[in-house]
Design a protein around this ligand. Structure first.
Ligand code: ASP
Length: 451
């Protein structure tokens, strides 16, 4: 059986709903359908999730919420109308939005999650109704009834292990299951969402829980490409990545799949197939376990870049002789609730790379103060607006001269490398550059390895 997930662009309007239904109905193995909230219909459109965030903000600020409610409901209304669904469905969606506002918690982050979840929840209800109207036995499933329990980290939740056993019971249902992506419930019964783009994670969890043969992830591209098509004109399409390669690329900024979506299927080896709702005959890109991938003929299969990082540079003479220095330093970050991404180090220096969004200025100031007060360092300084650029490919393992070629490409483009980091698996090399150099860095590496 297949778990099949559709992203926001696949749910953007009635025409897209029709394509989705055709895809679902064309293969009896497609038993579980995960949906995102309607995305943009064009360049200047707004995603329903963003409309819901705007509505939550209007409620918080005690503004006039009439327009904000209408903006959300109208999106669903036009889909339901064009699909000729019963008008009662729209009344139910409006009532649902109003009820969420009425039940709101004083804790804004908690309230925001319950509003964001309304996008996926109502889309799943609409999709189930549409499939039924086409004569198909389909049923909307509430993540709470199905047992999708998450950590109580609003806006950034993770699945709780006991969910897998509970979700397995969905296999007994004799209907196509339509499951809303992006959210689940905490043990206390609060709605909690994953981070943005998290419907991919829901799909991965369901594929793992139900032991799917494949997790099909439908989006709006025929393939995953070797680099961002907004930076590189017509980049190379890549028919197959390994889990490890995709994880590195998603982490490095490939937005085609959420960076945590592969975690649930990883240990089970379930293949993921990225496909195009607008061209369902294209085979798409497969993401497979490392031991199932053929040998790569290219050293590099992808180049990703992501901005929004900062570096905490710490220097202390004779640092290498001081037992426990690294632990005490990282403990300061832990006390401030800041997770770190990388820690390249020298004999007397260590740099900690952190996402800027995890470390607002107030936290940064407290961290610097604590480092100075407790670690006796010679200097600590922060550089914000940094980017990371990832060069990824299983073919790089044991291939000589890749880092040299990359450094030469940066040199030709006049880009300063602030940091280089290579993990022991040698599947990726990460470069730290100034935020403003990120695009040029991708171009330089692409020319070197693909042109
Ligand atoms: N609708 C949510 C978002 O825009 C989640 C998703 O689409 O996966 O982030």
């Amino acid at each position: 059986m297949k778990v099949i997930k559709f992203g926001g662009s696949s749910m953007a309007d009635a025409k897209q709903f029709n394509k989705v239904a055709n895809i679902v109905l064309s293969d009896p193995e497609r038993r579980v359908v995960v949906v995102s909230a309607p995305g943009k219909r064009g360049e200047n459109d707004t995603k329903v999730t963003d409309l819901l965030i705007a509505l939550a903000e209007a409620v918080r600020d005690n503004g006039d919420i009439g327009d904000a409610v209408d903006n959300v409901v109208t999106r669903f209304e036009s889909i339901a109308k064009d699909l000729k669904l019963d008008r009662k469905i729209i009344a139910a969606i409006r009532a649902d939005i109003i009820a969420r506002i009425a039940r709101r918690s004083d804790d804004y982050i908690k309230f925001l999650d319950s509003m964001k979840a309304a996008g996926e929840d109502n889309t799943a209800k609409l999709m189930a109704a549409y499939l039924q109207s086409r004569g198909c036995k389909a049923e909307y499933v509430d993540p709470k009834d199905a047992g999708l329990f998450l950590t109580k980290e609003f806006g950034n939740a993770q699945v709780l292990p006991r969910s897998y056993e509970l979700l397995k019971k969905l296999l007994k249902r004799d209907a196509i299951i339509v499951f809303p992506g992006f959210f689940g419930y905490s043990e206390e019964g609060d709605i909690v969402t994953f981070s943005r783009g998290g419907s991919d994670v829901t799909g991965g969890i369901l594929a793992a829980a139900l032991g799917a043969d494949v997790y099909e992830n439908f989006t709006d591209v025929d393939f995953v490409y070797a680099a961002n098509p907004h930076i590189i004109d017509k980049p190379f399409p890549i028919p197959l990545f390994t889990y490890e390669e995709m994880r590195e690329l998603s982490y490095g900024g490939f937005s085609v799949l959420h960076e945590e979506a592969l975690a649930p299927v990883y240990s089970l080896g379930i293949p993921v197939n990225i496909r195009n709702t607008n061209n369902p005959d294209a085979p798409g890109t497969f993401i497979v376990p490392d031991n199932k991938a053929p040998k790569s003929t290219f050293p590099v299969v992808g180049i990703a870049a992501d901005k929004g990082f900062m570096t905490i540079h710490v220097y202390k003479y004779m640092m290498n002789r001081e037992i426990g220095f690294g632990r005490r330093l990282l403990q300061i970050l832990e006390e401030e609730g800041v997770s770190y991404e990388h820690t390249p180090s020298g004999i007397d220096s260590i740099s900690i790379i952190v996402r800027e969004s995890n470390c607002p200025i107030e936290k940064q100031e407290r961290i610097v103060e604590k480092i100075n007060a407790t670690l006796g360092v010679n200097s600590v300084h922060i550089v914000r607006d940094q980017a990371i650029v990832m060069l990824v490919g299983r073919g790089m393992t044991k291939s000589v001269g890749i880092a040299a070629r990359a450094a030469e490409a940066f040199n030709r483009a006049g880009i300063n490398i602030n940091m280089i980091n290579q993990g022991s698996s040698e599947v990726s090399i990460m470069f730290g550059v100034d935020g403003g150099d990120a695009k040029a860095a991708v171009k330089a590496l692409y020319e070197e390895f693909f042109d």
